[in-house]
Design a protein around this ligand. Sequence first.
Ligand code: RUQ
Ligand code: CUA
Length: 672
Amino acid sequence: MEIFLSRKSLPIWLLTTVVLAGILLVSCRNNNQPAASSGVSGLPADAAALATARGLTPDDIYGALKTYMPTGQHDPYIMISSGGQSGQVYVIGVPSMRLLKAIGVFTPEPWQGYGYGGHGDKVLAGGFVDGKPILWGDTHHPSISETNGEYDGQFAFINDKANARIAVIDLRDFETKQIIKTPNAINDHGGAFVTPNTEYVIEGPQYAAPLGFEYAPLEEYAEKYRALITFWKFDRVAGRIDQSRSFQIELPPYWQDLCDAGKKVSDGWVFCNSFNTELATGGIELGNPPFEAGTARNDTDYLHIINWKKAEEIFQSGNYEMMGGIAVIRLQTAIDEGLLYFTPEPKSPHGADVTPGGEYIVVGGKLDPHVTVYSFEKIMAAIAKGGHETDQYGVPVLPLDATMEAQVELGLGPLHTVYDNKGYAYTSLFLDSAVARWTLGGPYANLNPDEPWSLIQKLPVHYNIGHITAVEGDTASPGGEFVVALSKWSIDRFANIGPLMPQNFQLVDISGTGAQMRLLYDMPIGVGEPHYAQIIRADRLKPWQVYPEIGWDPGTMAPHPNAITSSEQARVERNGNHVEIWMTVVRSHFYPERVEIKQGDHVTWHLTSLERTPDATHGFAISGYNINLSLEPGETQTIEFVADRSGTFTYYCTEFCSALHLEMLGYMLVEP
Ligand code: RUQ
Ligand code: CUA
């Protein structure tokens, strides 16, 4: 509340803090604020007094000035964030860190009428596991569609780690259009990542299981358990994943973790870190080492190096087996055809992040203070040389000294790395609770004045940072203004609201060079534990304000066959015990306002919004029937239900759409 009030009061002292910053900066080590140039003349006394009374430091004032968004002004960047166990995806403005929308994805979402009778039900049903409804998800890594390695702002994808599923969000209306259950797998992690032209959406595996997650005792782990990486073919025109043109590659039962697609020089390849080359199967209660120890015995695990362009050729040549409705390239085929290589990675690796030009792959290490940088050129040379030893499954292992370019000591628990346009990399340090800025070498060395491959600054964050995201920081052309630290713990950063505490998205200014990163702002995320997020330039997005025409079906992104365009066409028709209703919705009435049906009737109800005004959304809820829609301007939806309960029910508009919104209702009479 304190923060809220202080931000509301900002306009009053905005100008004056610029000036105040100039005064206070005389003794400040980071003397690069644009504010400093404003001079000290004309300082309104009330603003200076306010800053003093609140005890604001020059850094606080700088943070306020960098993040404050006056009413009506729009953020230049949009962050698409995982929602963790909420199963949703969040849309957040940067740098204001204002939550703009929580998109219903794997979990029903009432505001959007998602999963309460409308087309969202069909989307959610796509993610059922063998017909069993799964109405939540653990969303991890959103991925915005790319063209030539840059975000194109058309679609976003997100995985559900808990059940191995992928969702497609259309960024024209920011709605979920498809959920697809990954055949043969029951959990995932290394998704969703796109290839540079979104040819494929990559879903990497995690905890191994027998293919098809059939039963097999853990004693048979080495023989029967396997991993699967899925290459989902994305059809841009349809806006859907096409399973018939998708394929999987069988992998050894290591726990593949995070993947990234090569780009530019490394286009055509995918890199995934892994852990548990020990093949640990747990059983602490039996006296076995617990997983946390069993998976950390080896000094190295394997970076997986996968040639997806060649895998695509193998798939197209028919050299696969159909399993669970999808083509699977077997492990032996992958080895024989040279699709799969390993190279060692230091202790308990995490993350695999390709540099903007595709030259290097950076891997963190949960229990190693270094990041290890692999050279794609060296990897290719090592593959060409041949004659490598193999792992126990026959996969060639390229020696580390042949593939490694550099190791950079950053601190404790390096996890994930993103990039900017100044030749810096930014790595999250989980155990240190810090963001490390360090320099890339090679073609990036001349972009800043600092020594290549060296740590430049460690900025404390609060606390236990997992992922990190930068403006377009995982693309071929990163920005350079902001990084967001996705901190897992907030502990003392916000008001005490009980033992379950929000996550903390911390905005960091990276616009300066050298050791000039600065913390700007804390944003609590009180809905689930997000993992990754991506930040896109807002001008790359071209969303609609209203649907293209009256009668638009967001489920198919095409005109709805049962749309009507005026209340004259509205009607109720009965055919036996099937009742079909065509209804219009416009401020401030439904047409018709009385629907009289009989108990046991099968009801098909089409609703069309006649609105063309931006934000003139209507809701449609039928009390007692678990039905709730959101009808945005121009939208048509169909609901179907059996009127199994007789009685008197109201249907009403759940959006405060007009002065006479309370009058926007109707009666549904169900005669016994
Ligand atoms: S895994 S931090 Cu994406 Cu690191 Cu969750
Ligand atoms: Cu329509 Cu309220």
